[in-house]
Design a protein around this ligand. Sequence first.
Ligand SMILES: Cc1cc2nc3c(=O)[nH]c(=O)nc-3n(C[C@H](O)[C@H](O)[C@H](O)COP(=O)(O)OP(=O)(O)OC[C@H]3O[C@@H](n4cnc5c(N)ncnc54)[C@H](O)[C@@H]3O)c2cc1C
Length: 343
Amino acid sequence: MKVEKNASLLHHNTFGIEVVAETLIEYDSENELEQLLASDNCRSKSLLPVGAGSNLLFLSDFDGIVLHGTIRFIETVTENDDYLLLKVGAGTIWDDFVAFCVQNNYYGAENLSHIPGETGAAAVQNIGAYGAEVKDIIHEVHTIEIETGKKQTFAQEACRYAYRQSIFKRELKGQYIVVAVTFRLEKKEKYNPNYRQSETHVGQPGQPTLQAVRDAVIDIRRRKLPDPAVEKNAGSFFINPVVLKKQFDQLVQHYPDMPHYHVSDNEEKLSAAWLIDRCGWKGKQLGKVAVHNKQPLVIVNKGGASGVEIAAFAKQIQSSVEAKFGILLQPEVDYIAGESKQK
Ligand SMILES: Cc1cc2nc3c(=O)[nH]c(=O)nc-3n(C[C@H](O)[C@H](O)[C@H](O)COP(=O)(O)OP(=O)(O)OC[C@H]3O[C@@H](n4cnc5c(N)ncnc54)[C@H](O)[C@@H]3O)c2cc1C
């Protein structure tokens, strides 16, 4: 276990915000985490579990304990001719797990290649890309309850997954720490039904292979998204808004080229990137913060911006989209204030 007082979080958030945590603790095992949660120190302080910090916006120093787990393993739980269940430690780098699946010809994770972050957070966030969401391969999520220190396993259905949502982000926010996730991967060829329509098929003549899909996804992502190691960002800043059919019908009369995706008889999902672009934000910089010049959904810290400056910039985007389209964009990024949400 590693304990650091007055720890800089600069390298623990991909926005590159220079904030300090009163304490940063790295635990290596479930046992260590259980001991920590039972300690007086942890019981009296605000706690914030983090992964790789690729979806966090720190608004100030964190006056509590930031917890980061390095529980990393991939083990087979059960296997037959059709599928297998793999249990994966929450601290395992998400893309290492995807690479492992592709190398071993396990189907299901390939469209989610190259998404930054760790496996525990992937299950909290319900990460998604190219027509796939991680919920589709999650079998169960293993956690420890912060209040009681007890282990609890959530079956996939109990996680209440929805678009970039889970029970861990809503009803049970701040109450559980994910320690491992069990995934179900297919052994027989089974590509995501959406991949053929997606750009992942471009440049892959003939029969695709898992590796070809992964390579194509990585290639597209490298071309379209800024690398946080070079340009500090947290990926898509806002989620795509879902609007009622009635509002959509009105909007589409004014903006017939508006991209939209059918959700249900009552709802349509709109492209937040398109809405932001239409308000003239692409490439726009105010002070130390900018909208990326290729991807309007990505906000970039051009150097030395604070979380408050980034949040104020995001607010301006929200206001202009709301004024033009009557839609209030919701952040996908998790805003972290000094006193945590966690206790
Ligand atoms: C360049 C870039 C591209 C991206 N592309 C995508 C994309 O295509 N699709 C997509 O869905 N996302 C994308 N993201 C967002 C990000 O990669 C995901 O949200 C990812 O799951 C965050 O993982 P993390 O380990 O960095 O979590 P963090 O940012 O550290 O944490 C995210 C949230 O999870 C909580 N958390 C973290 N670990 C645990 C745990 N063990 N137990 C309980 N709670 C925990 C934190 O408290 C926080 O609320 C992108 C980000 C970047 C920077």
